[in-house]
Design a protein around this ligand. Sequence first.
Ligand code: SAM
Ligand code: SF4
Length: 328
Amino acid sequence: MLIDNHNRKINYLRLAVTDRCNLRCNYCMPAEGIDFVKNDKLLTISELAQVSEVLVGQGIDKIRITGGEPFVRKDLMVLLRKLTTLEGLNDISVTTNATLIGSHIDELKELGIKNVNVSLDAINRETFERITRRNQFDTVHNNLIRLITEGFNVRINFIVLDGQNEQDIIPILELMKHYNVSVRFLEEMPFNGGSKNFASIKWNYKAILEHIAEHYPNFEKLESHPTSTSINYKIPGHKGTFGIIPSFSRTFCGTCNRLRITATGDVITCLYGKPKANIREMVRGKNSVEEVQNAILKAVGSRAKTGFDAQEEHAKTIFDNSMTSIGG
Ligand code: SAM
Ligand code: SF4
C-alpha cells in the first residue's frame, strides 16, 4: 500500500497517455499548442500497461486515463483492454473531450468501462468554438448524449472562465436536468502553457455556488466521499446532481489520494508541484519491478502537504505548465 509522508493513503492513479490533443482549449494551451514531446519520449502502450501493473501491485485500485486527449492515441483500447485484466484494479475511468470516443463506445461498454468524464465548457456553439478553437460542437454533443443514453456514468467537467462562459452555467444545468449526469464546475487553474497568468480568480467555488443559488435557492448539499474533490449538490426536480471543484482554492488537499504519471513517465505527487521522479528509462531499461516501486515509494514519501506548499517548489515557472502535459 502507498502511504505518503502525511499519512494519506494513495490508491488513485491518473495516467496520462499522451500530451497531444485535437482541441486547443484556451485555458489549457496557447492557440499554436505547446512543444509536444517527441514520440520516443512517450511511454508506449505496453510501457503504460507495465507502469499500471506495477502500481496496482502497490495498492492502486483506481486508474483514470487522461492526457492530452486519450483517444488521439490510436492504440488506447489495447491499453484499456489490458487494464481490465489487472487483479485489484476496481475502477477504470476516462477523461475525454468526447470528440473521438464515438467509435469506441460499444467496446468500452463491453469492457465494463462506464465512468467517463466529458469536458464541456459551453452549451452554446459559438462559446464552445471560441474556447476550444475548433468546430467540434456537434460531434461532442452527439457523443455526450449517446454516452448518457447508453447508460455510462457520465460527469461533465465545466471550467468556469471569467468573461467566457459564465452565461452557460445555468443553461447547462437546465439542459441536463432530465439526465442522470453530474455537472461539475471547476475553478480555473493557471496551467495553460503560459498563455495567461493569474494569482486570483473571480469564479471561485463560493462565487459559482452563489450564482447557482440565485437561480435554484432550494438546492441540497449531498454527502460526498471523504476523498472526493467535488462538493456535491442536488437541485429538487433535477435527475442528476451538480458539484463544484475548488481546484484553484485547494480546500481538499488533506484527503488527497492521487498520484499522477505523465505520458513521459514523470511522477507527480501534486498538480501544483514539480515531478518527483521519472520512471520512463527505468521501465524501458533493465531496472527491476522493485526498483521502479522504490522510486514511486520515494516520491510518495516526500509529498507536499498541500497544493500551496507544492507550488513553492516552482519559484516562478509554474505558470508555464500546460494541463495537456500534466493530465489534469
Ligand atoms: N483532453 C481531455 C479533456 O479535456 O477532458 C483530458 C485531458 S484534460 C487536460 C483533463 C481535464 O483538465 C479536463 O477536464 C480539462 O477541462 C481540465 N483542465 C485543463 N486545463 C485546465 C485549467 N487551466 N484549469 C482547470 N482545469 C483544466
Ligand atoms: Fe485538449 Fe483537454 Fe486541454 Fe482541451 S482541456 S486542449 S481537450 S487536453
